[in-house]
Every structure is written in C-alpha cells, then in structure tokens.
Design a protein around this ligand. Structure first.
Ligand code: MGD
Ligand code: MGD
Ligand code: MO
Length: 774
C-alpha cells in the first residue's frame, strides 16, 4: 500500500504509541507520542542493535530432526545445532510433517494452544493466524482460559458474570474520583502494569487518574506485601502472601458482629448470605473467622482489621483485587471472597463503591472510552473437541490419557505428537520450567514461529522467522482505547523473515488448502476487508472515512461517550429487568452448582483453604521465603528483555530480586550481591536489591528474564539469568479451574560465591550445514 510521505507514521505496541520520524539517512526512529502525557519507555529500543542482533533470519531446522527425522534426540532440544534452509524447503518439510501427524494420529495429536501475547495489530495477530491455519487443516487441541486470570474467569460466571464482561464495565476513574472516599487495593494499583493494554494503549491514563482521585481526597489503602504496589501516598497494610481470603472473611465477620452488613442488599441482590453467615461465624466448624483468627494467618493486627471493616462500610468504598490474587493456590477463592465482602458492604452498582477486579493491571481498565468490538480475523471452526486448561501443558505432555477435573466435568489429556506455537514463549511463561523441559522432550515435532532466538525458539525442531510489527502493515485497535491506528510498515524485514500469515499461507499451499486459508486475499487486501467490515458494523456510532483516507490520516479517534460507567449499575437499578446470568439470576454467595460438583478444594461458598505453599505452612521451615513474581517494569513479559532498557535494570546481568533488609542481613547478603534462589524444583541466580518496603520473609522478582539453564535436558540445572519460573509450582489451583498458581512459591536464598557463569540467553544458537536425509 502506498501512502504519501506526509502521512504521519505511528508504531503501536502493547506498551503504547510511538511517533516515527526519519533521520538524515532516512532511517526510522521511534519517539514518545506527543499526545501521551505519560508514555512508556518500553518499546523505544525496538530498533536497537541489541534487539536486532537476536532476530531469526532464515527458516531453521534442528540438526538431529533434519538428519534423522521426527522424534530424534529430543533430549537435545535447546542445545542442538540448527540448519538454515530455503522457504520452499521449509514449507515442503513442514507441510509433509503436518500431513504425516494428522494422517497417522489425527488432528487431536496437534497441540495448537499457542498461548501468548504476540504483537499489537489485529490482522497479524499471531494466535488468530495460527488458530485459523490449524482449523483449515482439520483442527487442534486448544488451551482454554488464560495465565492472566484463569481461576477468576472460570468461577465468576457461576457467581456473578463473565470476567471479560465485568472488566469491560469497570467503573471509570473519573466517576471514582467524583464519588469514592476510600479505595482499598488488594495487590495495589501498580502504575508499572498500567503501561500495557493488549493491542496497544492510546494515552496512558492511570497516573493522572490517581492524581485526580487524590486531589478529591480519595484515600488509598494498599494491602500487599510490597509497599510500591501503589505509587504515591497510601496507607500500607503489609499482608502475608496468599492470605487475603482470610482477611476478607474477617472483615465480613466484623460487619456481621457489628450488625452493619447491608441486609437489604443481601436480600435483594444475592443468594447464600445465610450459608456465608454460618461459615464466617463458625456455626458449623466451630471456628469463627474473627479478626483474631485472621491476624495469625495474615500478619495484620486484629485491631486494624476491625477498624478497617468499619471504615469500609462507613464510607463510599471501592475494593479492588489485582489479578495476581487469583494466580495462586485456590485463587478462585480470592475473587469469590471479594464479591462476598463487597455484597455485605452493599455498594455494588453505585458510583464510587463496589468492587474491582484488576484496576492497575492494564491501561484499559477504568477507561470511559467507547465500548466496541474491533476489527477481527475469523479463525474458523475447530473440529477437535479436546482441550486443556491452558496452564496444564506439562501435565498433558507427560500424562496422555490421564483424567482431570475442570468446571464440573471430567476430561482426558490427549496424546500430543506435535506442538505448534506462534506468538508466545512457554519457556518464559510456564511454571516449573525444569519440569517443562522434561515434558517438552515428548512430542515428535515442535514448530515455533518467532522473531527472536528466545529459549522457546532454541528448543524447537522447526523455527520460522517472523517479521516484526514495524515491518508490516496492520490495523491497530484495543478495547476501550478509543482509536484505530494505521500501523504502516516503517522498515524492511530483517533477513528473510515473513509474517505469520505469509508463512501459514506457504504451508497451506503445499498442503493443498492455500485458497481456503487466504480466501484469495493478500495481507493488504485483508486489512481493507477487515476495515470495511468494522466500518459497516460500527455504522454511525463511529464515523469512519474510506480505507484509503484512513490509511493517509494515520489514525482515527473515536467519539468519546465520557462517563459515567458504573459496574452493574443496571442490575442494581432493577435486578428483575437486568438479571444476572447465574442460575438464581442473583449474585451467588453460595452456589448450588459449584457445591454440587463436590470438590473438596472448591466448596459451595468462598472459603479459606490453606495454600499449597505459604509462610504459615510446614514447608516454610525448609524454604522460609515466599517468592512473588510480578510483571516486569522494563518489558512486556519476556518481550524486549534483550533491549538496552531492560538490561539496564539488571545486576551483573541478572534479574534483580527484592529482599527485606532483615532477611538479607541474617543471610549475610548485601545490595547488588549475586544470590542463588532455590527450592526442590530448581535454582536460579539473581542480583539483590534490599528494601524496607517489603514484608519480612517475602522476596519479589519480575518475570521475563530469558530462560538460561546451564544445560538443557533432565535434572535441575542452575538457571543463570534470573528466570523465576524454574522455582514456581506447576499444579492446578483447584479441581474447579486448574489455573496457574505462580504466586504460591516458597524458596530459600543464599549468597552465591562460585565463579559467575556467563549469561548465554542472548546468544544465537550454533548453525551448521548438513546433508539432508533425502
Ligand atoms: N511466575 C510467573 N509466571 C508468569 C506470570 C506470573 O505472574 N508469574 N504471568 C503469566 C501471565 S499473566 C502471562 S499473560 C504470561 C505471558 O506469556 P507470553 O505471552 O508467552 O509472553 P511474551 O513474552 O509476551 O511472549 C510472546 C512471544 O511472542 C513473540 N512474538 C511477538 N510478536 C510476534 C508475532 O507477530 N508472531 C510470532 N510468531 N511471534 C511473535 C515474542 O517475540 C515473544 O517471544 O506469562 C505468565 N507467566
Ligand atoms: N509493565 C508491564 N505491565 C504489564 C505486564 C508486563 O509484562 N509488563 N503484563 C500484563 C499482564 S499479561 C497481566 S496478566 C497483568 C497482571 O496484573 P497483576 O496480576 O495485577 O500484576 P502482578 O504484577 O503480578 O501483581 C501485582 C502485585 O500483586 C502483589 N501480590 C502478589 N501476590 C499477592 C498476594 O497473595 N496478596 C496480595 N495482597 N498481593 C499480592 C505483588 O506484590 C505484585 O506486585 O499485568 C499486565 N501489565
Ligand atoms: Mo497476563
């Protein structure tokens, strides 16, 4: 597509908009977008030498796979050499392998879950492209739910409403500023995380939103092990990790004991208040969930629990829980307890009150921009029924045929022979990576589309080089961000890299289904098609110019309806006219449905269940520190970890770990020391930052340092770079949701005195030329 030189150039990433200018040599440069008052520095380094150095330039096959065929020397995955081949050869070999697997074992032998964020852009959205392709060739085993909020999204429809619906309707920041007195944040509202929106933020709004709220005297309470989880002025209640449910139950206990629970709200909008009362007051189990009871579990003084409950019910209070609160052992309970607590306070559906599930996770939450479904690529229909809850990947690969519980059903793990990934990095995102390394050796073939030589790419048999969002045309859109962006190509692709679309089109063509996959359109024709479809769907709601005018303009801002947006406002106004989609059409504080599933690890109402790993359990005598792994300030997950901005945050090349000053001192550890963090599952190196602003016996690391084991294969090699997922626990949160429990992890930390091993995560694999088997 051609545009005039005067058309503005924008680059959109999950971290925000950049303005693109050309230097005197005509080379593109990325600048912060002038209309964004609080732009993120993440992404500015995308064109840096360090980033480009790790690009995948040509299709590459693992040597043993190419020489000896599928399934050969899978123990060498991650350390084998690679052979580069032409595109024609890559398409031919990949098409033949997909045909072999589907003809021999059926499509249910392909795992195409392919979880991951990929890049911004609605057409070149890697997971849409791969799912569309796999559907065209007969289907695939999918991964259900998300790492982000898998526990929440499975349980919430039973008790109130689907998570996506709730997230989309969160009360907007300005309405909170106008109406709230108190904002109680379990897990904080870290501005660090609000740099992102999946698909790309427009203006970063949360810093100014919090400032506005403070200027209107809204008081903030940060209930978190880490003080910095709220930037700026806030009361800090340092809670022991994974114990929030106990605190919430005790807050309800105070309301019930004081007779200040909102009985009208409970009667009109909820079912199950009686069962909650019985449980909280300890009528059945003889154990009142009192402030004293919760104090021993949470470390929060009973007196503060009492006064907090009274403050919350006596003022207009928004109670928020971060998503991290449900990425843990029995994480469903955190959200159920939160909704139960908010129902007892009775402010759900009022401006400024009620509950939130993730203010402070993304820029888009709390936005009052237009709600509209964006341009989309049809993925077609999947004729394979088998699925796994997304975080059960190692279980699936290791135990084909084994049964698992999930949301009231019982299912079987399929027998996977081929894994296909585009747009994600499991050797970043999954828990217990040493276990994943073992599981990863099972399939006969692993195909990965990547832009960079990540650990996942290095551990594949077939690696397809993908261009970046800066090297292709696309449509930029994200929910509640109020704009559509012409993401115009700003530079040529590196090496021979191509888009996922072109790669899948090439493979589809040798498999005889090229036309079905492309529908006869080029990538640019698809953009126009998707734009026109969007334009006709939104009609007069968004006056849009023709595609070609839009492409020249560079971006279109949608009319902003402004506020107020008030979560569950209509339900509150008339619950009969606007019923919930739960069995009782009310908020289910007790759920007959869930109770009927008979899960001991997820009973019929919000329950305190001892976490798998926590500071109050037996395991803490051996591993006395609770490791929390938060989202990284300097990158998006593992993306751009090789950029200068991310690397500047490291200590001697390792990811920092935050330690409480006393915990460091008793271990003889000082600021900037390199330490070994370990438990039974693995060990990694990290560089220490000492702070007073972290609860004792807690350590905090960011995720996303590229996985860098001393060697691949079996055993528990030392991870040299600071990827905390060698330490995390890989079990399902409960029979109900089977979600990740990344935040339930005990470790010990010791000074590392040995010679420092070199970080090799940012090195290319070894290439060889090899006589092909044919
Ligand atoms: N311990 C612990 N682990 C966690 C979490 C935690 O809190 N603690 N959080 C979890 C959560 S919430 C999430 S969402 C996951 C995130 O996990 P992922 O989404 O897997 O992480 P990313 O680093 O974003 O990986 C995206 C990959 O896609 C590649 N990519 C980018 N654009 C394209 C493209 O156009 N095509 C192709 N083919 N590839 C592309 C990038 O180079 C990158 O390697 O991590 C999870 N892991
Ligand atoms: N910069 C940046 N922003 C991101 C991302 C990124 O990679 N980089 N990733 C995005 C994605 S995919 C997601 S899913 C969201 C995730 O959003 P969240 O899940 O909200 O983010 P986290 O950083 O994991 O957790 C926030 C804080 O919760 C606290 N916490 C952890 N466990 C507990 C607990 O048991 N109790 C209490 N009270 N607090 C606890 C930790 O101190 C942590 O700093 O972030 C998004 N935003
Ligand atoms: Mo996420």
């Amino acid at each position: 597509m051609v545009s005039s030189d005067r058309s503005p150039l924008y680059a959109l990433g999950h971290w925000g908009m950049h303005r693109v200018i050309r230097d005197t040599q005509g080379q593109p440069q990325l600048l912060a977008w002038e209309k964004d008052a609080n732009p993120s520095p993440i992404g500015l380094d995308q064109l840096s030498v360090d980033v480009e150095a790790l690009r995948i330039r040509r299709p590459a096959f693992r040597e043993s796979w190419l020489r000896h065929g599928p399934g050969s020397r899978t123990d060498l995955r991650g350390s084998d050499r690679f052979v580069e081949v032409s595109w024609d050869k890559a398409f031919e070999l990949t098409g033949a392998e997909l045909r072999r697997v589907t003809e021999t074992y059926g499509n249910k032998a392909i795992f195409g879950g392919s979880y991951g964020w990929g890049s911004a852009g609605r057409f070149h959205h890697a997971s849409s492209q791969i799912h569309r392709f796999l559907n065209v060739i007969g289907g695939y085993v999918r991964g259900q739910d998300s790492y982000s909020y898998g526990a929440g999204s499975v349980i919430l429809p039973h008790i109130i409403a689907p998570m996506e619906y709730l997230l989309d309707q969160h009360t907007d920041w300005a309405t909170l500023a106008d109406n709230s007195d108190l904002f109680v944040a379990f897990g904080g509202i870290p501005l660090r995380n609000t740099q992102m929106t999946a698909g790309g933020p427009s203006r970063h709004r949360v810093r100014d939103a919090l400032a506005l709220m403070r200027s209107r005297n809204v008081r903030f309470i940060n209930i978190s092990p880490l003080r910095q989880d709220i930037d700026g002025d806030a009361e800090w209640i340092a809670i022991r990790p994974n114990t929030d449910v106990a605190l919430m139950l005790a807050l309800i206990h105070v309301l019930l004991s004081d007779n200040i629970e909102d009985r009208d709200f409970l009667a009109r909008y909820c079912t199950g208040a009686a069962q909650v009362r019985e449980y909280v007051l300890g009528r059945k189990d003889g154990l009142p969930k009192s402030p004293e009871w919760a104090s021993t579990i949470t470390g929060v003084p009973a007196s503060r629990i009492r006064s907090l409950a009274r403050e919350m019910s006596g003022s207009k209070t928004m109670i928020n829980a971060s998503w991290s609160l449900q990425r843990q052992s029995h994480g469903e309970q955190s959200y159920w307890a939160l909704v139960t607590l908010a129902s007892h306070i009775g402010q759900i559906g009022l401006p400024g009150g009620g509950f939130g599930l993730g203010y402070g996770t993304l820029n888009s939450i709390g936005s009052s921009e237009l709600r509209v479904s964006g341009p989309r690529l049809s993925q077609g229909a999947n004729s394979v029924e088998e699925f796994i809850p997304v975080a059960r990947i190692s279980d699936m690969l290791m135990n084909p045929g084994a049964r698992f519980d999930y949301d009231g059903g019982t299912y079987e793990y399929p027998d996977i022979r081929l894994v296909y990934w585009a747009g994600g990095n499991p050797f970043h995102h999954h828990q217990n990576l040493n276990r994943l390394m073992t599981a990863w050796q099972k399939p006969e073939t692993i195909i990965v589309h990547e832009q960079f030589w990540t650990s996942t790419a290095k551990a594949a048999d077939i690696v397809m080089p993908v261009n970046t969002a800066l090297e292709r045309n696309d449509l930029g859109f994200a929910s509640r961000e109020g704009q559509l962006v012409a993401m115009r190509k700003i530079k040529d692709a590196v090496g021979e890299s191509r888009s996922d679309f072109e790669i899948f089109a090439g493979i589809a063509s040798v498999m005889g289904v090229g036309e079905k996959y492309t529908e006869g359109r080029t990538a640019d024709q698809w953009l126009e098609h998707m734009y026109d479809d969007f334009r006709s769907r939104v009609g007069s709601q968004i006056p849009l110019p023709s595609f070609h005018e839009f492409w020249e303009m560079g971006r279109v801002e949608f009319p902003s309806p402004g506020g107020p947006v008030i979560l569950l406002e209509q339900f509150r106004a008339d619950p009969d006219e606007h019923p919930l989609n739960t069995p009782s059409h009310r908020i289910e504080l007790f759920s007959d449905e869930i109770d009927g599933f008979g899960y001991s690890d997820c009973p019929g109402q919000a329950t305190w269940i001892e976490p798998f790993e926590w500071l109050g359990g037996d395991k803490a005598t051996r591993y006395p520190l609770h490791l929390l792994t938060q989202e990284p300030r300097r990158r998006l997950h593992s993306q751009l970890d090789h950029s200068p901005y991310s690397r500047e945050g490291k200590i001697k090349g390792r990811e920092p770990v935050l330690m409480n000053a006393r915990d460091a001192k008793v271990r003889g550890i000082s600021e900037n020391d390199i330490v070994r963090i370990y438990n039974d599952r693995g060990a990694c190196l990290a560089g220490v930052k000492v702070t007073q602003d972290l609860a004792e016996n807690v350590a905090v690391m960011a995720t996303g340092a590229w996985f860098d084991p001393e060697n691949w294969g079996d055993g528990n090699p030392l991870e040299k770079h600071g990827n905390p997922n060698v330490l995390t626990l890989d079990v399902g949160s409960s029979s109900m949701t089977q979600a990740t429990v990344a935040q339930s992890c005990l470790v010990e930390i010791e000074l590392f005195n040995g010679p420092l091993p070199e970080v090799t995560a940012f090195e290319l694999p070894v290439f060889t030329t090899c006589v092909s088997k044919a």
